[in-house]
Design a protein around this ligand. Structure first.
Ligand code: FAD
Length: 442
């Protein structure tokens, strides 16, 4: 597997102190050690692969689901648990220019539908995953961003058909949003969840429906021949009619070769405090259970978990090594203390990081792997893949079955993203971008 970060990023080190791992037992699926035959083989057992496997087995297909580590090892088992709108970074103007207004609206409908899909899964599978928050709240880190919220209201109405609610600076503490913020806006779509509880329930259901699930089975090659695909791991093979690549930020440059340079893995890091007392919560003025983020380009995302621990996340970091992790660790604490000064001294008990994924087109891709008939891929949710990854998996299930998707499948998601320049050194493109974002966030 040719991957573009240091081996540290793909090891267990970054998740040794992941809070979610305390709530769900680590899965222990066997290695693939034989020759297996099925209709569809899926590489990568995160939200994308799991959702595809769940929907395909529900429709009667035989499926093998393989992960290089164990299911949920990737971003799926270690994210912030924001089940929300998003999935791309492209602005409305950009989408209108490239695809037209109708396709932009279809894409926005897909974002909303993705959240609905997760709610539906919660209902169908009776998932209990510590759900909280009514929609998602954006908090202005500068007065001008609070003003800009007003201009966004018509755009939100047009895109999502809902009325966002504005919060004046003076109301924030009363609403439980005490921190260094200048105003807020709540979009009433989305909720918070425990990602490992959600993913593990879908995993169990998929297993019950008959999927063959293999852990510690990195797929090393995928060969297309007359009878379909042959995938090899170190000790076994899978033959299948169709294949889905669901490896997102953990993808390799050569699996399939078409993917090389079309994805940009980027790091995101999270800290979780010890349980806060009621006095500490009111001292800071943060008592809300809303999932929230600030208006920085290099955004911070945060939420008070149901057990009164505070989760705080941040994007950024070019290198994945012990030293780089120490630097990120310092930076994330500093940022946390700046935004929530009353909690400066509160102990951080959990801390971890992982890889999300961008595309050059700033939109997710869900569709065929060109020139590899029968192969499909879904990736690049721009750090918002809890809902969009799940949705992508459901779409992939339809595509594999050659069914017309009954949910929005816009051109923005069907269009193959171009390659980033600089090949395997491309992450260095993020250096000037991060610097620009930090400058423009001032
Ligand atoms: C710290 C962090 C916080 C985030 N917070 C949020 C959030 O709050 N809300 C939100 O919506 N999104 C969030 N995201 C993004 C979200 O988690 C991802 O978009 C989503 O989990 C992607 O799911 P996936 O299944 O496509 O990929 P992943 O979950 O990354 O899974 C890919 C899997 O592929 C496997 N794999 C790779 N190569 C091979 C191979 N050759 N053979 C077999 N298996 C292989 C990997 O082991 C991995 O398990 C966050 C991401 C990070 C890193």
């Amino acid at each position: 597997m040719k991957r573009i970060y240091e081996p540290y990023a793909y090891s267990h080190h970054p998740i040794e102190r992941c809070f979610w791992r305390t709530s769900v037992e680590e899965p222990n699926f066997p290695r693939l050690e034989r020759d297996h035959r099925c209709d569809v083989v899926i590489i990568g057992a995160g939200f994308t692969g799991l959702s595809a496997a769940y929907h395909l087995t529900r429709d009667g297909y035989s499926v093998a689901l393989l992960d290089a580590q164990q299911p949920m090892f990737g971003a799926t088992g270690r994210n912030g648990g924001f089940c929300c709108l998003g999935g791309g970074k492209a602005s409305d103007n950009r989408l209108d220019r490239l695809f037209g207004k109708d396709e932009r609206l279809l894409y926005r409908a897909a974002e909303k539908e993705a959240v609905t899909l997760v709610s539906q899964l919660f209902h169908d599978l009776k998932i209990e995953a510590d759900v909280q928050s009514h929609g998602e709240t954006a908090l202005a880190h500068r007065p001008k961003d609070a003003k800009a919220f007003e201009d966004e209201l018509p755009r939100i109405k047009e895109n999502y058909g809902v009325d966002a609610i504005l919060h004046a600076k003076e109301e924030l503490v009363q609403l439980g949003f005490g921190g260094c913020f200048f105003g807020g806006m709540t979009i009433p779509i989305g909720f918070g969840l425990n990602p490992r509880k959600y993913a593990s329930t879908v995993l169990e259901a998929t297993k019950r429906q008959g999927a063959a699930i293999f852990g510690e089975s990195p797929v090393l090659s995928v060969v297309k021949n007359k009878s379909g695909f042959e995938l090899s791991t170190r000790q076994g093979t899978v033959r299948a009619d169709k294949v889905i690549f669901a490896t997102n930020g953990y993808s390799s440059e050569d699996l399939p070769r078409w993917l090389h340079s079309r994805f940009m893995p980027v790091q995101s890091s999270i800290i979780v405090t010890r349980q806060l007392t009621d006095e500490e919560l009111s001292a800071q003025g943060w008592t809300s259970d809303q999932i929230a983020y600030d208006t920085r380009d290099l955004l911070h995302y945060f939420r008070l978990l149901p057990n009164k621990r505070f989760l705080f996340g941040m994007r950024g970091g070019l290198f994945a090594t012990d030293e780089a992790q120490s630097a990120i660790s310092k930076e994330i604490r500093q940022n946390f203390s700046t935004l929530f000064p009353k909690w400066r001294e509160v102990e951080i008990e959990y801390e971890w990081s992982g890889l999300a994924c961008l595309s050059r087109s700033q939109t997710p891709y869900v569709g065929k792997v060109p020139e590899m008939e029968g192969a499909f891929a879904g990736f690049a949710y721009h750090g918002n893949g809890v809902a969009m990854g799940s949705y992508s998996g459901a779409l992939l299930s339809d595509l594999v079955q050659e069914k017309q998707p009954q949910t929005p499948y816009p051109a923005t998601m069907r269009t193959v993203p171009p390659r980033f320049p600089f090949g395997r050194y491309r992450r260095h493109l993020m250096r000037p971008l991060y610097a620009y974002m930090a400058w423009s966030d001032k």
